[in-house]
Design a protein around this ligand. Structure first.
Ligand code: SF4
Ligand code: SF4
Length: 411
């Protein structure tokens, strides 16, 4: 955003305070500077040449970029864009936090790369972490700075999605679609990617996964690192151009879909679809495949912010869950409320993130569901932690894995 776009956008805010009713940070802190109205007031005071005003860093950092304020703002202020851009200004003035700087370096570097780093970590993770008895994920064995005894991290697999794909054969008779797995699925939860590819094949599509794909860039955008964001976007756009004959780019990650839909310069006629949109588009075939089969377990659904507020997708995931679980799909209270993960927010502001998660865990508990589903790997990790914190039995699963489970039944 340029300074003049900022100023125009900020002028749209009429200080009505409607954003206060929905902001998870405000709900926990009760502080005006934590809600969109307060943040915008502060941001409005900054000129390009100014020092950051007092309280700026805290106000700008304490935001999940969940978009709840934007969804509730009758003036249509582009609040998340303003806050992300405020982070860009902050980064230009103060530099990037060293942890984020190292993480983004690994995301961009092809030699000292994130997958290599994670593979080495997967070999030694058992020294410090142990598997959770009832849930996927790991908790610490010993006191570790920044992690309490309820913090859940993913179990790092030795085989990434790309390793599985090297061994996999698919029929060339199938119609190709480009599959963008995203970093979390590719390196942390490869089974979700395999489930998605399996479902695509059942529907007559071959998911093409080019190895040169990079991170979608959403974390760099959220951190205000525009240079890294542009670099990652550019690399992905080059890959999309190489496969320009494929017109559908599908992803099972709500955050990736949200980021990719914002790319300028996608190949002509090419569109990005969240997997729930893609399945809904192919619903006739999918309804035939599922037939009368239904999952026995009781499910509920958490709307990922990047799916609901970022892309306006709410009905397609619910249609899918109804299809695979029938009356066993129940709504929880406030499915639209953020789970508190917010990209790296949960790592940087653990206490606040946990308080937001506690509310979500109470809503899941009250639904009586055995499984909470969500189309975002980041939310699924946070929700798994929610079950541990609440000492509850429910599991967190991607709807695509539940669909794959149902379709595999009896095969
Ligand atoms: S809801 Fe929109 S217009 Fe109202 S105070 Fe919040 S940002 Fe401003
Ligand atoms: S994006 Fe979410 S956390 Fe940030 S100000 Fe808006 S409602 Fe609050």
């Amino acid at each position: 955003m340029t300074t003049s776009t900022w100023q125009q956008e900020l002028k749209k805010c009429v200080k009505c305070g409607a954003c206060m009713a929905v902001c998870p940070i405000y709900r926990q802190t009760g502080r005006e500077e934590m809600v969109a109205r307060g943040k915008l007031n502060l941001i409005e005071r900054l000129n390009d040449e100014d020092q950051l005003p007092p309280g700026w860093v805290e106000a700008v950092d304490y935001c999940l970029l969940c978009g709840a304020c934007e969804e509730n703002c009758s003036k249509g202020v582009k609040i998340t864009e303003i806050i992300a851009d405020a982070r860009r200004r902050q980064t230009e003035k103060l530099g990037l936090n060293p942890i984020k700087k190292s993480a983004f370096y690994l995301l961009k570097n092809r030699i000292l790369s994130l997958p290599r780093f994670l593979k080495i970590a997967s070999l030694v993770q058992w020294i410090l972490w142990r598997r959770l008895p009832r849930h996927s994920g790991l908790i610490r064995r010993l006191p570790l700075p920044g992690f309490d005894d309820k913090t859940v991290i993913p179990a790092l697999p030795l085989q990434h999605l790309d390793d599985h794909l090297n061994k996999r054969q698919t029929s060339s008779q199938l119609k190709p679609v480009l599959y963008f797995p995203g970093c979390a699925t590719r390196y942390l939860f490869p089974y979700m990617g395999l489930d998605l590819l399996y479902v695509l094949e059942q529907l007559g599509f071959q998911g093409i996964v080019p190895k040169e794909l990079n991170c979608c860039g959403i974390v760099t955008w959220g951190a205000g690192d525009l240079k890294s964001n542009r670099e990652l976007q550019q690399r992905n756009l080059e890959v999309f151009q190489k496969h320009a004959e494929i017109k559908e780019i599908v992803t099972g990650c709500a955050s990736c879909a949200h980021a990719l839909k914002e790319y300028e310069g996608l190949p002509e006629g090419c569109e990005v679809l969240d997997i729930s949109e893609f399945l809904f588009r192919n619903r006739e075939k999918l309804e035939q495949l599922v037939g009368e089969k239904k999952l026995e377990k009781k499910l509920t659904y958490h709307d990922p912010c990047h799916l609901r507020k970022g892309q306006g997708i709410t009905s397609q995931p619910r249609w899918l869950l109804k299809l695979i679980a029938g009356d066993n799909f129940v709504e929880m209270q406030h499915p639209e409320r953020c789970c508190g993960a917010g990209g790296t927010f949960g790592l940087a502001h653990k206490k606040l993130s946990r308080e937001i998660l506690n509310e979500k865990a109470r809503d899941i508990d009250a639904s009586g569901a055995e499984v909470v589903t969500s189309g975002c790997p980041g939310c699924l990790l946070q929700l798994t932690e929610g079950a541990v914190v609440a000492d509850s039995q429910w599991q967190a699963e991607h709807p695509i894995s539940l669909l794959a489970e149902l379709l595999r039944e009896g095969k």
